[in-house]
Design a protein around this ligand. Structure first.
Ligand code: MSP
Length: 658
């Protein structure tokens, strides 16, 4: 079927803020989005699933400064570095079709055009911002919105903010947004509508401050130097730039926009259901069809956050219990629209009860009996017993429709509950039919036994297909063990009882869901979590040692103390910084150094460094370099680290090192 014949489905996750490594709460939303995307593909839709990272803003700039690296190097490490965002999604088997970074050139250029378009329209104007700012949340608040003087989202201290800034005429769109929220299904669950309307719209929507001048790590406003675009404008438009809006990198806007659904956590519903539609209205663009605000995974009743030191590491859990078991647990246990309390006990219990016991037993008992009594291949002849079989068959045959009804409402927990009702009914059917009793006399009862086992295999197949969006890797293995043909794994076959061949051959394979010893696993987990929380001992790699040189050769090197008078990036070079140095000689010395990845030029002004000054001049990018600055280099956890040699500022320029 051609892509254009299929029903399209465009789904997004929030793009993650790479100020720290991601935790299980972030994983929750991405796994939910992935299950939805896989479900839609299973039903035959042409799916676009977008995720990515939201990389600008003051918090990143501050963190990078703290770490002594450029903001770009800082985010690169968290997004693309070992155990970073991309690695995590690969591990979790996330099937996103696209990954956007807001530092991607095409996105940056598009944001500049978007900002200008709203300015030209008169919906963005220049004014003065006086208010409160919550740095960790990157949010502006008016006095009246604060809760006990603190940020209403995270409860942390806010700071006074006053600066010349651009504003978006949010107030102009207040009644249209209110109408959208109250009179359509744009925002779900419904409870979030009341929250938005009562807490934000009814008290009066003020115009929104959409540019900053107090920091520089953002998309520059190209018609007013010094201003950077408010990070939420930059972030929200990712949903469209990733399809090609205001850029030539992609060309799928007409095909996929408007989005069918944005999945977002509850604390960012405000941005998605008020600010986002208002900006789209300003630009006269179609609105997304739906925003779904999911709940939080809580730990001990509170939100996980790095600063509280209570984050749960998804790597650790996936490696210990398996990716699919973790994916399943997240969506089976917590209702998507509400908060849920995470605990290791609950995770292990869910794996043991649902996967090892209910599903695992059904599969292993059924395939083992097919092997034991029929050498793996069921005979053609079956003896149907309507009275005994009807309930199971009716339940399994209607499962797809009940599951679909829940999935269409994003009720993963209920969809899975429907599947497990059928699995439990199948286990009860084993007890009712007692195949091991029938197996005692195959000549007399073989055809009845074959019918019983067929019903069990067929039920397991239907459940297996419908569980595939949640546990893609394990369910493929399950369907392989059942001997299910390609066609039997389709959406159509999931709704058709009897799709499995009557003479199916099963193979008893590995135990897909081994039982976990709760006490032992908890103990091991605690030890692993404690080790992970302890200050990491990074793996240090040193440069190879050089060969011996005689003293006279060494002594010819002239090392001098130098002071940085000026430092700036070299145009068109990602690596080079150009230093103007005071070397004590009375004439400025120019040195080029390939350290732009590690330092921001302004952070080096006035520093006291060491240079070797008697090297022959060298040209780089058309500029002359007279010497070399000394730095210490090593690798930490596989990553190159560089530290310039810095001396006490009391040492005068030109002092010789010997
Ligand atoms: N960068 C913004 C989103 C911009 S979208 C245009 C952002 N990033 S975030 O990294 O801070 O959060 C990403 C998502 O993870 C949010 O939807 C947030 O709600 C979700 N979660 C973070 N912690 C969570 C839990 N403990 N539980 C569930 N989801 C949580 O916000």
């Amino acid at each position: 079927m051609d892509r254009t014949d299929k029903k399209k489905f465009y789904i997004t996750t929030p793009i993650y803020y790479p100020s720290d490594k991601l935790h299980i709460g972030h994983t929750y939303c991405t796994v939910a989005t992935d299950a939805m995307a896989r479900y839609k593909r299973l039903t035959g839709c042409d799916v676009m699933f977008l995720t990515g990272t939201d990389e600008h803003g003051q918090k990143i700039e501050d963190k990078a400064k703290e770490a002594g690296v450029t903001p770009q190097a800082f985010v690169d490490a968290i997004v693309d570095g070992p155990r970073g965002v991309r690695d995590l999604w690969q591990l979790m088997n996330i099937s996103n079709d696209r990954f956007i970074r807001t530092t991607d050139d095409y996105h940056v250029a598009a944001i500049q055009k978007i900002f200008k378009a709203m300015y030209d329209k008169g919906d963005i104007y220049k004014g003065k911002y006086v208010g409160k700012y919550c740095k960790p949340c990157e949010s502006f608040w008016t006095e009246s919105q604060l809760k006990d003087g603190k940020c209403p989202d995270c409860g942390r201290e806010v700071q006074d903010a006053e600066e010349e800034a651009y504003f978006f005429r949010l107030s102009k769109y207040a009644s249209r947004v209110q109408d959208l929220l109250e009179n359509t299904d744009f925002l779900e669950p419904r409870s979030r509508v009341h929250e938005m309307v009562n807490n934000f719209i009814k008290p009066g929507l003020e115009d929104l401050c959409v540019s900053r001048t107090s920091f520089s790590w953002g998309v520059p406003v190209d018609f007013d130097q010094g201003h950077v675009v408010y990070v939420w404008i930059d972030a929200l438009f990712n949903y469209m730039t990733a399809l090609g809006y205001q850029n030539d990198k992609y060309n799928e806007l007409d095909h996929y926009w408007p989005a069918d659904v944005h999945f977002v956590g509850k604390e960012i519903v405000r941005f998605h259901s008020i600010i986002w539609p208002a900006m789209l209205m300003s630009l006269e663009l179609p609105l997304p069809k739906k925003v779904y605000g999911h709940g939080w995974l809580l730990l001990d009743g509170g939100k996980m956050s790095k600063s509280k030191g209570n984050v749960v590491d998804p790597y650790l859990l996936a490696e210990k219990f398996g990716v699919d078991a973790l994916r399943f647990f997240l969506l089976r246990t917590f209702p998507f629209g509400s908060d849920g309390n995470f605990s290791n006990e609950l995770l292990i219990q869910t794996i043991n009860v649902d996967l090892a016991n209910d599903l695992g037993n059904l599969l292993s008992r059924t395939t083992a009996m097919a092997g034991k009594y029929f050498g793996g291949t069921l005979p053609e002849e079956k003896l149907v017993d309507e009275a005994q079989d009807a309930e199971l068959i009716t339940l399994a045959a209607g499962l797809r429709d009940r599951y679909e009804a829940q999935m269409e409402k994003f009720q993963f927990q209920n969809a899975l509950a429907e599947v497990f009702k059928v699995i439990q009914r199948a286990n009860k059917y084993i007890d009712e039919t007692a195949p091991w009793v029938l197996g005692k006399d195959i000549d007399a009862n073989g055809s009845r036994l074959a019918a019983v086992l067929y019903n069990l295999l067929e039920t397991t197949r239907i459940c297996g297909v419908l569980l595939t969006p949640f546990m893609p890797e394990r369910m493929e293995k399950l369907l392989d063990q059942l001997g299910a043909c390609e066609n039997c794994r389709s959406w159509a076959a999931a709704g058709t009882w009897g799709s499995l061949s009557q003479t199916i051959t099963v193979t008893k394979g590995e135990n897909l869901f081994p039982r976990i010893d709760m006490d032992k696993a908890l103990e091991e987990l605690e030890a692993l979590q404690a080790a992970a929380a302890a200050p990491a001992q990074p793996e240090i790699e040193l440069e190879p040692w050089e060969e011996e040189v005689d003293f006279d050769t060494f002594a010819k090197s002239d090392f001098r103390v130098v002071k940085v008078k000026n430092c700036e990036p070299v145009k068109k070079s990602k690596k080079l910084l150009k230093f103007t140095l005071d070397d004590g000689s009375g004439t400025d010395r120019q040195i080029l150094s390939g350290i732009a990845m590690y330092y921001q030029p302004e952070a080096l002004l006035g520093k006291t460094l060491v240079a070797i000054v008697n090297l022959p001049p060298r040209k780089m990018m058309g500029l002359e370099s007279n010497g070399m600055l000394l730095s210490a280099i090593h690798k930490e956890a596989g990553e190159e680290r560089l530290n310039l040699l810095m001396l006490d500022d009391g040492i005068p320029a030109g002092a010789k090192l010997c």
